[in-house]
Design a protein around this ligand. Sequence first.
Ligand SMILES: NC(=O)c1ccc[n+]([C@@H]2O[C@H](COP(=O)([O-])OP(=O)(O)OC[C@H]3O[C@@H](n4cnc5c(N)ncnc54)[C@H](O)[C@@H]3O)[C@@H](O)[C@H]2O)c1
Length: 364
Amino acid sequence: MSLAELQKIEVTAARSYPVFLGAPLEELGEYLHSQFKDVEHILIVTNQVVAELYAERLQKGLLDYRVNLLTVPAGETEKSLERLSQLTTAALRCGADRHTLVIALGGGVIGDLAGFFASVFMRGIRLIQVPTTLLAQVDSSIGGKVAVNHPAGKNIIGAFYPPRAVWTDFTTLESLPWSEVENGLAESIKHALITDSGLFEFFETQEESIKQRDPVIWREMVTRSSTVKVTIVSQDEQEQGLRALLNLGHSFGHALETAMNYRGVTHGQGVSIGLVAAAYLANAKGLMTGAEVDRIKHLLNTYGLPIEIKGQDPEVLLHLMQADKKNQGGRKILILPQGTGQAVIARDCTDAEILDAWKQVISV
Ligand SMILES: NC(=O)c1ccc[n+]([C@@H]2O[C@H](COP(=O)([O-])OP(=O)(O)OC[C@H]3O[C@@H](n4cnc5c(N)ncnc54)[C@H](O)[C@@H]3O)[C@@H](O)[C@H]2O)c1
């Protein structure tokens, strides 16, 4: 396939960049040649799992470059200042300079870590995101947020650092375990709920094909879901307003993940339960009908995502929501769905209403 034939959507922001969809890993080199004449050295940052699966395919197209593969272990704990420092040492040993280009090959962890590294190494070097998980393809690789974690919290040390391009090869999703697919599905269903009722219906009607990983249907799913993210960040790159909608389900979900100490609940599961809690709250606020709440629950359930959690204390969860970054002046700011294709920023939810929503997703 020639570069001109590749499908792409454009993030139009302070610095615009293309998101290529269905772009073979082997062809990234050709694109880099066409765009960045001064690049001679490339650092591929990836993890051991992804390196084994896909580094060779990517490197096939990079034979004209001096390439170093920097591999870190898999896992969220790699998003640390220690790992950032080690990457810096390794990069310097490889002779990296301000003309070096970084390729982040992996899921959201690698995208965030390598992206943050690119943002600060010699005050910023060029970055290409090559997402290999569903979550990274529909969400984290788009929008320029990069970060590492701090003991005080996730993504505390970060930046807005847009990539020069996002290069999405759908075939990398073939090896993704279903548990990881679920994390991406939770975010994709969230995207549908925020702006695209047609996408919500697509998830309702394509259950079998999605579960069987039909490549044509997956292509459509990733394309439509990443388009939602592109559209939102193009209008509000720095999260001054609209981009906050992407937090739908996350205020509840983060509180749950924190309460459970990030054990026994994945991010996707937290978001799923958070979406249901937000739907109950939206129902209480007159933003959606009980039938719509049931549709959301049914859809999440269809894909194996949880819609309730056992044995949590709603008061504790409510308290944990006080730490949410969106809150202003002690008031809780929540994103609520309005039907199944629109969302609003709600500033008037009382603690009693939020508590009630929590109670409806907690089973004994
Ligand atoms: N920057 C943003 O805007 C943004 C948005 C959402 C989430 N995030 C971040 O993303 C991270 C989560 O990302 P994730 O869900 O992609 O998890 P991840 O990066 O940890 O990847 C999940 C697992 O899948 C493996 N993997 C990756 N690609 C694979 C493939 N093609 N085949 C088989 N296995 C593969 C990885 O080795 C890992 O074990 C979190 O740190 C979160 O904070 C960032």
